[in-house]
Design a protein around this ligand. Structure first.
Ligand code: ASP
Length: 440
């Protein structure tokens, strides 16, 4: 029998009425046996997410030795949901115990994980599903990475003995028995872990948007919804800032070839977006799948005659960057040139100066220049490799918008072309590319 794993994000858990519609969604398909939930999110703009309120609890705890005041707001939100869902168990007692443990553990990760914990307990009772605490089945290594092998085994063995269950997202436990969380938005990863462990036929990710959009709707009004894209395309787009799914959430399901379906809790009848294992499953004919980007990069441009023949040239440069403990995003190269593209947030003036001095000393370049405030824009699509003239169309569109391209990097997979433009040209550049490939 097919099993579907459904992850519901914070807006799908925001209040009792929405949780009631989530129940309808789950009950409308008997294969929806395993559910992963986020903590309740914002009910309206200006509202607070439970996770942010819990960060506030931790601050209060550290400053004053208890977090009674901040926790009372968390309690009120959960109590309201519990009352309106007519939860029978004594949820006040659950909240009391939670507060006690928060004050005892004094750990930020533990405190912020309680949003998912409390939400999953509520939803499990409301749906009459089992509650499975991810503290018992999701394991982290010491360095904060997931211990996949141990986790998949543990999740599978509990899933084998229950018919239907709710898991809290976002957290697990490390080797020392301490609760640890993924990075923000990490319940997407938890959902993917459960899907992988139970070998789901699909991982449904229920959210508050109609699907994955071909570009940022703040830049282009009502961009096209991407009906299907591959894991690789998703990885490129979400890495470059297209947010719907946490960028690490594909790894667990990709290995097992499980498709991800992005659905809208508020319009469950809509198709949404399907993320398929490889381009083989994509409809033929589309060239560009989507466009995404990020601002605020620094380019270090290095030129040296006969650089290509100098053994170890790039290694020496990279070792300078490595000694500052910084990662490089892209390294486009020419015959006698190489550029290093680094996110501004990793650089201070001091670090940048040390890097420039280090490079001068290691490789004695003919010329070195720093270009700041560069935005990177990735145009992504499997179709680009097989259709002639895609890059010409891309560069023409940018030229017609009167935008100067500062850097070009075409990944060797031919899956994407990244251009660097000035931060101030970012929005115009994205919209020029969008209209070229998607029309009006
Ligand atoms: N509640 C956590 C956050 O707000 C995790 C999640 O929702 O995925 O980041």
């Amino acid at each position: 029998m097919a099993v579907k794993v459904c992850k519901f994000g914070g807006t799908s858990m925001a209040d009792a009425d929405i949780i009631k519609s989530v129940k309808n969604i789950i009950e409308s398909d008997g294969d929806r046996r395993f559910v992963v939930v986020s903590a309740p999110g914002k009910r309206y703009s200006g509202d607070k997410k439970i996770t942010d309120m819990l960060f506030g609890c931790h601050k209060e705890l550290i400053n004053s030795g208890n977090c009674t005041k901040s926790f009372s707001a968390v309690r009120a939100r959960f109590k309201d949901i519990a009352d309106r869902l007519e939860i029978k168990s004594d949820f006040n007692a659950v909240l009391d115990k939670t507060l006690c443990r928060i004050e005892k553990e004094k750990s930020e990760q533990f405190t912020v994980s309680r949003g998912e914990y409390l939400c999953a307990r509520l939803v499990a009772e409301y749906l009459e599903f089992e509650f499975i605490d991810t503290e018992k089945v999701v394991f982290f290594n010491d360095d904060g990475t997931l211990n996949g092998e141990k986790t998949y085994k543990a999740v599978a063995s509990v899933a084998n003995v229950v018919r239907r269950a709710v898991f809290p997202g976002f957290y697990g436990v490390d080797d020392n028995g301490k609760v640890r969380t993924f990075s923000r938005g990490g319940s997407d990863i938890s959902g993917a872990i459960v899907a992988r462990a139970v070998n789901a036929s699909v991982y449904e990710n229920w959210t508050d948007v109609p699907g994955f959009l071909a570009c940022d709707p703040h830049i282009v009004e009502s961009p096209k919804i991407i009906e299907a894209l591959s894991y690789k395309e998703l990885r490129e787009l979400s890495y470059m800032g297209a947010g719907v799914l946490h960028s690490e959430s594909i790894f667990p399901v990709r290995k097992a070839n499980i498709p991800i379906q992005i659905k809208n809790t508020f319009r469950p009848q809509d198709k949404g977006t399907t993320i398929v294992p490889t381009s083989r499953y994509l409809p033929a004919g589309s060239t560009v799948t989507g466009i995404a980007g990020k601002k605020n990069f620094t380019v270090i441009f290095i030129e040296k005659s006969l650089m290509n023949a100098e053994i170890g040239f790039v290694r020496k440069i990279l070792s300078v960057i490595e000694s500052e403990n910084i990662s490089v995003e892209h390294i486009p190269t020419g015959i006698d040139t190489v550029s290093l593209i680094i996110e501004n947030e990793h650089l201070t003036e001091l670090k940048l100066n040390r890097i420039l001095e280090g490079i001068k000393c290691e490789v004695e370049p003919d010329f070195i220049r720093v270009i700041e405030n560069i935005a990177l824009i990735a145009t992504v699509g499997h179709g680009m490799s097989s259709s002639v003239g895609t890059s010409a169309r891309l560069f023409n569109a940018i030229a017609n918008a009167d935008i100067n391209i500062k850097m070009i990097d075409q990944g060797s997979s031919e899956l994407n072309i990244v251009v660097g433009v000035k931060n101030e040209d970012y929005e115009r550049c994205i919209s020029a590319i969008y209209y070229e490939f998607f029309g009006n």
